[in-house]
Design a protein around this ligand. Structure first.
Ligand code: C5P
Length: 230
């Protein structure tokens, strides 16, 4: 896959017009856009339609985490929006993940990914605050295994876990956020690698938001990242 087919830009902005302007600006650089909870709350289905109309692909990142029936019905609606990929939270369990995947086949057959652990979490937080017993890596591997047993198309994990997750996922797909070029601020991301390291570790797709969105020159930032990925 070409670098451009692997880079997903997180459209974390506060207005549909702003998102539209960024897509225009990055035409030729970015081919896949992540519509997350912020933009979707603002623009709803219209935000997905707007991106699709530009010819780009859409990853709808709503991290569904609900009872199986609700996750399935929502997956049906998502599939009918013609998104290319979307995600559910692995902590919803196998019954929920299987129901979502099955329901998504109603239209277009989007790729369904399982979110393992959010990338701002670390061992201290998940043990002390959340009361989990394993390390982040142990929990991620366990959740990735559940996603595979549920028939999902891939998982989302931090770059630091890619190598271990690959052993569980085989040829299924890995999306990794929490990627930070050496020249960019980490923001609230904790378990980061650079784009080059993430690709070398075996990521199929990398998600990047603020290092491009907040760059003084977005095209230059995107190009620098693509170059690193090649
Ligand atoms: O701006 P930044 O590059 O940190 O954006 C990363 C994007 O990836 C955000 O939209 C965030 O919601 C998303 N994400 C994440 N960690 C996950 C899943 C999604 O950071 N585990």
């Amino acid at each position: 896959m070409e670098a451009k087919e692997r880079l997903i830009l997180a459209l974390d902005v506060s207005a549909l017009e702003e998102a539209q302007q960024i897509i225009q600006e990055l035409r030729g650089y970015i081919n896949i856009y992540k519509v997350g909870s912020r933009l979707f709350t603002i623009g709803g289905a219209e935000s997905v339609k707007m991106v699709k109309e530009t010819g780009a692909r859409v990853f709808l990142d709503l991290k569904l985490h609900d009872i199986p029936n609700t996750a399935a019905k929502t997956s049906e609606v998502i599939a009918k929006l013609n998104v290319d990929m979307y995600d559910v939270h692995c902590l919803g369990g196998k019954e929920m993940m299987k129901a979502a995947k099955e329901a998504s086949k109603v239209s277009g057959n989007p790729l369904v990914f399982g979110v393992t652990m959010l990338t701002h979490l670390n061992d201290g937080i998940i043990k002390k605050e959340l009361g989990m017993s394993g390390s982040v890596e142990e929990e991620v591997l366990h959740l990735a295994q559940l996603a595979m047993e549920s028939g999902l198309d891939g998982v989302i994990c931090s770059p630091r876990e890619i190598t271990a997750v690959r052993k569980i996922c085989g040829s299924k797909l890995i999306i990794t956020p929490g990627v930070r070029p050496a020249w960019a601020a980490p923001h609230d991301q904790r378990r980061t690698l650079t784009p080059k390291q993430a690709i070398e570790a075996g990521a199929d797709y990398i998600v990047i938001g603020r290092p491009i969105i907040e760059a003084p020159n977005r095209q230059e930032a995107a190009e620098k990242i693509l170059r690193e990925m090649r």
